[in-house]
Structure formats: structure tokens, C-alpha cells
Write a protein that binds this ligand. Structure first.
Ligand SMILES: Cc1cc2nc3c(=O)[nH]c(=O)nc-3n(C[C@H](O)[C@H](O)[C@H](O)COP(=O)(O)O)c2cc1C
Length: 137
């Protein structure tokens, strides 16, 4: 199986805890079924999601995500093969920037809106690693 990752940002423009819980429950259920793992970073205005797994499963999941009206202006940051998973067994780890350590959020510039142009491959990976280790449950 070719392991693949896909990372995107999108805009939610303000989200309720209820909606977020629903998205997470749905994601965890589907991703466990499809062998996917990932991380969802929720900022004040934006989502950043890291999704990894088999190439076909990632593509099918992303096609569903793209059609979801709960976010808009999807912008793919990274897509391509990887050697190992970053998120391990976590079908979808959640990290809300408002609940993260302030230094960590400020260091990665994710305290407010996310700026896709400021996010290079290296900074995205470093940020996701940091956020994962800070929010592991
Ligand atoms: C920010 C965001 C992230 C999402 N992440 C996932 C995901 O990782 N896996 C998934 O199956 N659905 C995810 N969804 C939900 C999908 O867009 C879609 O509603 C869902 O896959 C449909 O599942 P169903 O066919 O079981 O109803 C996400 C939605 C949003 C708004």
C-alpha cells in the first residue's frame, strides 16, 4: 500500500463545539474503517487538517471533505507519498488552538487566522509534530 498524506487549510468562519464534535465523531468512525489517521487543528477562523493513509482512501476521503458545506475555500498545502505515518493510530486527533499552549500557537503562527503562504512543507510538518505531542490524549 502506498502511504500518502494530504494537508489542507480551509475556512470555517466560526464553529460551535456541537458541530466540531459531530465532525470528529464522523471522521473518527470513517477513518478507523478506512485505515486513515490524521490531525485536525481548529483555529479561530480556519481548519488545518493532516490526513494520511492509503492513496485511494485519502483521495476518497478528501473528495467527501471538499463537498462539505461546513468549511469553504479549501487550499491544499501538501499532497504526496510518505514513508511513515505522523499520526500513528490516531484516526483523527483534535487540537483547538485556543486550548493549546500560547507559546506553541504563537511559535507556529496559528493563534489567529492561518496564512497558507507562510506554511512551507518543513514548517507544516514541524508544527503538526509539535501540536500532536502537545495534544495527545
Ligand atoms: C474540517 C472537516 C474535516 C473532516 N474530516 C473528515 C475525515 O477525516 N474523515 C471523514 O470521513 N470525514 C471528514 N469530514 C466529514 C466529511 O466532509 C463528510 O461529511 C463525511 O465524510 C461523510 O461521511 P458519511 O458518508 O459517513 O456521512 C470532515 C469535515 C470537515 C468539515
Amino acid at each position: 500500500m502506498q502511504l500518502t498524506r494530504l494537508v489542507y487549510v480551509s475556512n470555517h468562519g466560526g464553529i460551535t463545539e456541537n458541530t466540531l464534535e459531530h465532525i470528529l465523531a464522523q471522521s473518527r468512525h470513517n477513518n478507523a474503517r478506512d485505515g486513515l489517521s490524521g490531525l485536525l487543528i481548529v483555529g479561530e477562523e480556519d481548519f488545518l487538517q493532516w490526513l494520511e493513509g492509503g492513496k485511494t482512501a485519502v483521495a476518497q476521503c478528501f473528495m467527501r471533505i471538499m463537498q462539505d458545506v461546513r468549511h469553504r475555500h479549501i487550499h491544499v498545502l501538501l499532497a504526496g507519498p510518505i514513508e511513515t505515518r505522523l499520526c500513528g493510530q490516531s484516526s483523527m486527533q483534535l487540537a483547538e488552538t485556543s486550548k493549546l499552549d500560547g507559546d506553541l500557537a504563537a511559535r507556529h503562527d496559528i493563534a489567529g487566522a492561518f496564512d497558507p503562504d507562510a506554511l512551507s512543507e518543513e514548517t507544516i510538518e514541524a508544527m503538526c509534530r509539535d501540536v500532536l505531542s502537545a495534544s495527545q490524549v
